[in-house]
Design a protein around this ligand. Sequence first.
Ligand code: MHO
Length: 156
Amino acid sequence: MEEAIFGAGCFWGVESKFSNVKGVIETEVGYTGGTTNNPTYKDVCTNKTGHAEVVKVTFDPSVVSYEELLEKFWDIHNPTTLNRQGWDIGTQYRSAVFYNKEEQRLAAEKLKEKLDKSGKYKKPIITEIVHATEYYRAEEYHQKYDEKTKKSIFSF
Ligand code: MHO
């Protein structure tokens, strides 16, 4: 099994999109890329800790490749808006790839360049590609949030 960590805006939606991908074994939301230890959602929302909302994807590379996950990542968000996804504004919503090995970094740099040149976007891709740092699992109520809230509609 391998791991991939992506920041692409509010982690609720990002997690639900990755959880449907064939070959993805597990998803979890959390915070990384910041300067403080054990941040809470409230801390992260102050925009002072530097953490990004991220999804940690555990996948089976014999079923889905890291490159395919990268394609999905760029597909599901707008990578040209700095520190912003739609109405969610702040560094916690930044577009970022947190790689954990050189192969991942190379794959991300390569696809980013390809997408930039493809003419798909009017503006340059500002996704940051950085080495993974300490990752903190987010509070339980943020885990599988979309799944849980959808379920609650039917439980009445
Ligand atoms: N605009 C969203 C962001 C939540 S996400 C976990 C909200 O506050 O409902 O950052």
